[in-house]
Design a protein around this ligand. Structure first.
Ligand code: A2P
Length: 355
């Protein structure tokens, strides 16, 4: 009894976490198929202690499948997810392939799970940096208000995948051995120039666009508007972002400035809002030097918020610091959580909107 589930990209940094998060979820799994590229076909991974052989993804892999969790890159999702939907599967996609399609729900369950009911077979999981910011700010938006966001990110190497994480470790080893660091992936695959990340900071995540923003920064701006307001171009919340890759293996940090639009709002109001909300943990005790750190957030599903303090010259504006595991809430857990909500709402059938 249960669903036939596929994980596409099962051998990757996110895919391996999807296997674990699925095992720890409320989703009844009758059969699990693990798909990757030809390179990984025949490898063995384990699900709930049982070995599962990795298969090469082909369109036929999706026959008889109920639920697909995808994290194998945008082009792989574009190729296979329409094939899966044609065969009757519902797909939760962790890539950027479909996020900005107005017909496709872009979901952080703590914020906008109601839009799941409108799906046509594909649901998009937002960018890792956007998800954690939404979890941190939605309770403040609901309880106090939110008119403007200025965010700077401190993004972990694993956000660029398992091979990128391996590159960071190798660079660190080479640096300490007084050898030359060999950069091949960072700041982003396919670029003309590559720079070491170890002992460095790179203010480029994804490609730099003609508007002078990186594509990651563009995603944070427009995904925020789509998730909170249902319109990727809404002027109702102003958003700007600077995205920086840091030599941390796992868990992103974000320095966030917000204007609540309520001049009499207090730190206590913001703390209370966060304490009452799901998915977010207040970790804010300056007297005891308690604040969120990547080392402590790694392996946890929640987003941690601290250092909440007023902007001393702008009443109603605040600074805060948020940290979350980019591979879990930023990717694998949010994807599995969306699938849990689909199961709970009986929406695991193609084109819920048509019924
Ligand atoms: P593989 O391990 O066979 O390369 P990461 O984000 O950590 O780099 O992982 C990417 C995931 O996407 C891996 O599981 C990888 O499989 C998978 N993948 C990459 N290209 C394809 C493809 N063309 N078809 C199916 N899976 C792919």
């Amino acid at each position: 009894e249960g669903y036939t589930v596929v994980i596409l990209g099962a051998t990757g940094a996110v895919g391996t976490r999807m296997i674990e998060q699925l095992a720890d979820s409320t989703i009844p799994v009758a059969n699990l198929h693990l798909l990757a590229s030809k390179r990984s076909a025949g490898k063995t991974l384990t699900f709930k202690g049982t070995p599962v052989t990795v298969e090469e993804a082909t369109p036929e892999s999706f026959t008889g499948v109920d639920l697909v969790l995808a994290s194998a890159g945008g082009s792989v999702s574009k190729k296979f997810l329409p094939e899966a939907v044609k065969r009757g599967a519902v797909c939760v996609d962790n890539t950027s392939a479909f996020r900005m399609d107005p017909e496709i729900p872009l979901v952080v369950p703590e914020v906008n799970e109601d839009v799941l009911a409108q799906h046509h077979g594909i649901i998009a999981n937002p960018n890792c940096s956007t998800i954690m910011m939404m979890v941190a700010l939605e309770p403040i938006r609901q309880a106090v208000g939110l008119k403007q966001i200025i965010v700077s990110t401190y993004q972990a190497a694993s956000g660029a995948g398992q091979t990128a994480l391996t590159e960071l470790y190798q660079e660190a080893q080479d640096y300490l051995d007084h050898k030359e660091m060999q950069a091949q992936i960072f700041p982003t695959k396919g670029e003309a120039h590559h720079y070491p990340l170890a002992f460095n900071l790179l203010p480029q995540i994804d490609v730099l666009e003609d508007n002078l923003y990186s594509h990651e920064e563009w995603k944070m701006i427009h995904e925020t508007k789509k998730i909170m307001l249902g319109d990727m171009d809404s002027p109702k919340i102003k958003v700007t972002a600077t995205c920086v890759r840091v030599p941390v293996p796992i868990s992103h940090g974000e320095s966030i400035w917000i204007d609540t639009g309520k001049p009499d709002a207090t730190v206590a109001d913001l703390r209370a809002a966060i304490q009452a909300a799901p998915g977010v943990v207040l970790e804010d005790d300056p007297a005891h030097q308690v604040y969120p750190q990547p080392i402590n957030a790694t392996g946890k599903r929640e987003t941690f918020v601290g250092r909440i303090r007023p902007d001393l010259e702008n009443p109603g504006a605040f600074n805060l610091w948020a940290v979350s595991d980019n591979l879990l809430k930023g990717a694998a857990w949010n994807t599995v959580q969306i699938a849990e909500r689909l199961v709970a709402k009986d929406l695991v059938h193609p084109s819920a909107a048509a019924e």
